[in-house]
Design a protein around this ligand. Structure first.
Ligand code: AMP
Ligand code: GLY
Length: 425
């Protein structure tokens, strides 16, 4: 089959890397892709948010299956546009993609159908938001309703922080129209995990569990980023918790969305807070996580193309998934100045040496190849991903490689997956 991957980051490089191993994939395309993705797929100069351009491209090339990396095309309606054109795509309709595109919608559905999540209020004016803060009491989390590239969530421990957050989102309009409404919710404590599944609307087929690291510095210090590293599996997701998440979150959410008139197909990602064995949903996403996808796909033994195809044609119930039992760790190497002001354009050394190691793969998130030389071109640059017999050895393998890759200003966390030490064999 002919497969198209939409996007250009580390997650999409991982998709292409895995799909290139599938005997079912005869031709692999990416839009827009990247220089690194171009080593494995034919890149087309169509932007990820150009829904019409992507439909035209998929029609022209007779693409059999399309997988979307980022959220924006999904909320813009690429699921509907491909369905109208009779093209198979892994992803929901625009209406169902609101589980990610509108936090207020996601909260409304969770509350109505009893899916565990923090208590909340929704406010459409700064006055209403301030009143909700007083009513609910602190600490709270204030979130822009719409998409904000992971940055529209502000943790508030006192009234001044809450007022600042309301001003930033609703008055200064830092996130534009995404901040027309805010969700104000109770601050939850516990350990986070990402629970990502494929669903054809009936069957929910979970991927391996994972955990990402959103803050830029060690010990979860500093501002939030797109993600500085991830590992899989997440030992906090025990077998018992896995069952609970399936029974209390994933299956009820699929049924709830069908009951709301927007049946859900595609990737369902629940960002969870786990406390005392009880899962609560922090957010839903309509796509794979970045960088969680990198360690997850490093462990996937089954054919990704077959799983994705089954997601689009209602046959997921016939599929099973096989995992490498070994844990995988992905450490993100970022540009100097990231996340505020990444400095780019520096030559990267040490990449060629990694290619000979079967247990390590380097996914490119923000690189360009200029006259044969890799250079950094984005905030997050590389996702160095390694397997190991234990989580400790996966971490050792990973950092052993990270330390040999260099460019001016490169930085990374040195504590990725440390939380899992001693909890996994
Ligand atoms: P979200 O995009 O809604 O997942 O929020 C991004 C991050 O903010 C999450 O991964 C958490 O670290 C944090 N967060 C979101 N909601 C809450 C909450 N209710 N309590 C504590 N932390 C939260
Ligand atoms: N790693 C978090 C996300 O993809 O939303």
């Amino acid at each position: 089959m002919k497969v198209l991957v939409v996007g250009s980051g580390g997650r999409e490089h991982a998709f292409v890397w895995k799909l290139a191993q599938s005997p079912q994939v005869q031709a692999l395309y990416a839009a827009p892709g990247s220089d690194a993705i171009g080593e494995l797929a034919r890149c087309a100069p169509v932007k990820a948010n150009d829904v019409k351009g992507l439909v035209d491209f998929a029609r022209k090339e007779k693409i059999d299956l399309t997988i979307i990396g980022p959220e924006e095309p999904l909320t813009l309606g690429i699921g509907d546009a491909f369905a109208d054109a009779g093209l198979a795509l892994v992803g929901p309709s625009a209406k169902a993609a609101q589980i990610e595109g509108s936090k207020a919608f996601a909260k409304y559905v969770m509350k109505k159908y009893g899916i565990p999540t923090a208590d909340f209020e929704i406010a459409a004016t700064p006055q209403a938001a301030s009143a909700a803060v007083l009513k609910m009491g602190l600490p709270l989390v204030i979130k822009a309703d719409g998409l904000a590239a992971g940055k529209g969530v502000i943790l508030c421990y006192n009234e001044a922080e809450a007022e600042d957050a309301i001003r930033l989102i609703m008055v200064d309009k830092q996130f534009g129209a995404s901040g027309a409404q805010v969700v104000i919710e109770k601050l939850l404590v516990g350990e986070e995990a990402s629970f990502i599944a494929l669903t054809d609307g009936e069957t929910v087929l979970p991927m391996a569990s994972s955990q990402d690291h959103k803050r830029v510095f060690n010990d979860d210090q500093g501002p939030n980023t797109g993600g500085m590293g991830a590992y899989s599996p997440a030992p906090v997701v025990t077998d018992e918790l896995h069952r609970r998440v399936m029974d209390e979150v994933m299956l009820p959410m699929i049924r709830a969305l069908a009951a709301e008139g927007c049946p859900y197909r595609g990737v369902l990602y629940a960002g969870l807070m786990i406390n005392g064995g009880q899962p609560s949903v922090l957010e839903f996403n309509a796509r794979f996580g970045d960088p969680e996808t990198q360690p997850i796909l490093a462990r996937l033994k089954s054919d990704l193309a077959a799983l994705l195809l089954a997601t689009t044609n209602g046959t997921l119930g016939r599929m099973s998934v096989e995992w490498d039992p070994r844990p995988a760790v992905c450490v993100v190497m970022a540009s100097g100045g990231y996340p505020a002001a990444p400095q780019t354009g520096f030559p990267i050394s040490g990449l060629d040496e990694v290619k000979s190691d079967p247990d390590v793969v380097v996914f490119h998130a923000g690189t360009k190849r200029i006259d044969g030389q890799w250079t950094n071109s984005g905030g997050r640059v590389l996702g160095v991903t390694a397997l190991g017999e234990t989580i400790e050895s996966a971490v050792r393998n990973c950092y052993g490689r990270v330390e040999t890759i260099q460019w001016q200003g490169a930085h990374y966390r040195t504590d990725i997956a440390r939380r899992a030490f001693g909890r996994m064999t």
